[in-house]
Structures are given as C-alpha cells and as structure tokens.
Design a protein around this ligand. Structure first.
Ligand SMILES: [Zn+2]
Length: 167
C-alpha cells in the first residue's frame, strides 16, 4: 500500500473542504445553478403565487442576520429601482441590479414591517422631484445595504432577490 496507488488529484480532493450540505454557509442567488427556480415554492395562502422556501438573510458572511422567515415574501418581477448611486454598489456582497428602466426580481413583503424578523431603514431620500420619498432597506445588525426599498409611509417592502442570502 502506498499513496502512489491513488489516482492523481484524489488526495487533494479529499482534503478540500466541501460546502455541500453546509447549512451554515450563506448562499446567494448566484450560487444556485437554477437561479430563482431553486429558491421558490408555492405560497400556502395562494398556490398561484411564489414565495421563498429559505429564510432570507443578510448576505454578509459573518453576519447572516435573519431578515425574513421562509414563506413570507411574494416573488414579483417589477420595475427596477435605483438602489445605488452612480458609483455602483459599495460592497462585494451586493451585486449590481439590472439597469433602469427595466425590471428586477423582488421579494414583496406587505402589509407592514412587522412581517420582518430584522430589518433596518435609511433616512428617506428623494429620487426625483415628482417621486415619493424612498427609504432603503438595510441589515438591522450590520447596516449592509441597500438590500431593497419602500416608499415612506408605504405598505409594501421590496427586497432584491439577488441581494439577500438564502438558508
Ligand atoms: Zn448584516
């Protein structure tokens, strides 16, 4: 018996840490081969609607604060909203969203913020003179964001599907 009987690369493969089945890892939408199809399931209260079968988390590794319990948000493709300034996202865990005008994929949460486990908000910002003021959604623990948006005083809260973690 000697190591020379092992096929090339086998020892390295055994030593390599495997993330398969590691529930402590925060997965992003981009980590799923099937994308959004891998994370949706029918909603209990309306089987024609889709929800997320995972808890939604802050995407920052080392944080992972639970934002929304599985089954709460409703999947919608809806007009995109500029969450970032012209310099783009400020953090590597926040992928750029599709450019506006155009649609993006959102988890819609309503009717109020009590649906969330943990969520933080920015101060209201005026996108342009005609529009209502928006607040951006951020992680309540580490302030990472924007993860989504809502209108000031509104009853709908929009989380970007690509900007939350899944577990
Ligand atoms: Zn966080």
């Amino acid at each position: 018996m000697s190591n020379q009987s092992l096929p090339p690369g086998a020892l390295e493969a055994l030593k390599r840490p495997s993330n398969v089945g590691d529930r402590s890892t925060i997965r992003k939408l981009s980590d799923f081969n099937e994308g959004i199809l891998a994370v949706v399931t029918s909603r209990n209260i309306d089987l024609g609607e889709l929800t997320h079968k995972f808890d939604l988390l802050c995407p920052r590794n080392g944080c992972g604060s639970v934002i929304l319990k599985a089954g709460v948000g409703r999947w919608v493709e809806h007009d995109g909203v500029e969450l970032d300034n012209e310099k783009g996202p400020l953090h590597p865990d926040l992928p750029a969203l599709p450019t506006t005008p155009g649609t993006a994929q959102w988890w819609l949460v309503s009717p109020n913020m009590m649906e969330f486990e943990n969520i933080g908000f920015t101060r209201p910002v005026q996108q342009d003179a005609a529009a209502k003021k928006l607040k951006f959604l951020i992680c309540a623990e580490c302030d990472l964001g924007p993860l989504g948006w809502c209108e000031e005083g509104g009853s709908e809260f929009w989380l970007a599907c690509s900007r939350v973690g899944y577990r």
